[in-house]
Design a protein around this ligand. Structure first.
Ligand code: 2U9
Length: 344
């Protein structure tokens, strides 16, 4: 019995040594250590042994089983490691290969323009505020001195959502809301950039959707000269120190008096050319002193407070600065156009 067990151990260990796959190992395990294997058979036949032989053979059989099991485990680990090494080697990544370029987008030209305008006004102490694009009739019109019968309220000019709600036609309601929030006893110095909507037939200079940046400064003793100073500073910083400005009288329902501002033509410096249509000047924005009724409606006493406001269209500004000839380029998403303004 002893010899048989030793022979089985030798035989099994030789097979383990020679095995080259995990499957082979598993079949060795089953055939030597399984329920129907020779060692189990030896243990089952122990009853036939003499009481002296039984513990000796029992101990040896267990030792043989343990030795074979240990060798199987060790070999299994070796084979697994070998398989892993082989896999890792096969899957090696060549980190020196050049990567595939990822197409990266960039901010839209209008984003650059609006951010540049924001930076200049932040530098002059203005805060930037935003508001809803779907507005109430009250904030879009009423609070801005555009009563029910005003021609600008014609259904033709606005996109209505309901009788009382519409897509804002300017960003002025953001300023009316801010004044309301400040409850008539705090100065307001803000700009509000954002999208606005008007029912219009699109062509090279008109769009049913465009961008505005409006500004408002309300405080005690704000004058027209403050408006001129701020806008002059803006024009020179944005378009260049050499540019001159001029104000012309105009009309807006929410400002009185109202003005339009021109900058000197950079091509002819005021002489007159095709860019400025012979006038030497190019219109860039409108503004004026906030109408006393607008102040009053927002809760500010016009005897105590005064203010200036202005508004500009970043598309028009971008068209002037970069010579863009059609406002539709801003919305048709032609990458050939957009990519020209991606900053490195
Ligand atoms: C409040 C009071 C007054 C905003 C103003 C303009 C003049 C103006 C146009 C420029 C080109 C609109 O984008 S555009 O078509 N805007 O000329 N905007 S004064 O006046 C306000 C705003 C808010 C409470």
């Amino acid at each position: 019995m002893k010899e048989r067990l030793q022979a089985l151990q030798q035989e099994a260990l030789a097979k383990v040594k020679e095995a080259t796959t995990l499957d082979e190992l598993q079949s060795i395990r089953v055939s030597y250590l399984g329920k129907k294997g020779p060692i189990t058979e030896v243990l089952r036949g122990m009853g036939k042994l003499s009481p002296e032989e039984r513990p000796v053979i029992g101990e040896l059989a267990n030792k043989v089983r343990e030795t074979i099991a240990n060798q199987l485990d060790e070999k299994k680990q070796q084979l697994e490691k070998l398989a892993l090494d082989k896999k890792l080697e096969a899957e090696t990544i060549d980190v020196t290969l050049p990567g595939r370029p990822v197409a990266v987008g960039g901010p839209h030209l209008l984003t650059h323009i609006v951010e540049e305008i924001e930076d200049l006004f932040i530098g002059m102490g203005f805060e930037v505020r935003e508001g809803p694009e779907v507005e109430t009739d009250y904030y879009n019109f009423e609070a801005l001195n555009l009563p029910k019968d005003h021609p600008a309220r014609d259904m033709q000019d606005s996109f209505y959502v309901t009788e009382e709600l519409l897509l804002r036609t300017h960003t002025s309601p953001v300023q009316a809301r801010t004044m309301g929030e400040y409850k008539g006893n705090k100065s307001v110095k803000m700009i509000c950039p954002g999208k606005v909507y008007r029912r219009d037939t699109d062509d090279a200079t008109h769009s049913h959707q465009f961008t505005q940046v409006e500004g408002l400064y309300v405080d005690k003793d704000v004058r027209m000269s403050d408006l001129k100073g701020v806008l002059n500073q803006f024009a020179k910083q944005f378009f260049g120190e050499e540019r001159e400005i001029r104000l012309r009288p105009s009309f807006f329902p929410f400002t009185e008096p109202s003005v339009e501002m021109d900058i000197s033509c950079k091509v002819c410096h005021g002489e007159g050319c095709s860019v400025c249509k012979g006038t030497g000047w190019i219109e860039i924005l409108g503004g004026g002193m906030v109408h006393p009724r607008v102040l009053e409606m927002a809760g500010y006493d016009p005897k105590e407070y005064s203010g200036f406001a202005f508004g500009m269209g970043p598309e028009r500004i971008a068209m002037l600065k970069y010579g863009v000839d059609d406002i539709r380029h801003f919305y048709t998403n032609d990458l050939r156009f957009l990519k020209q303004y991606h900053k490195a």
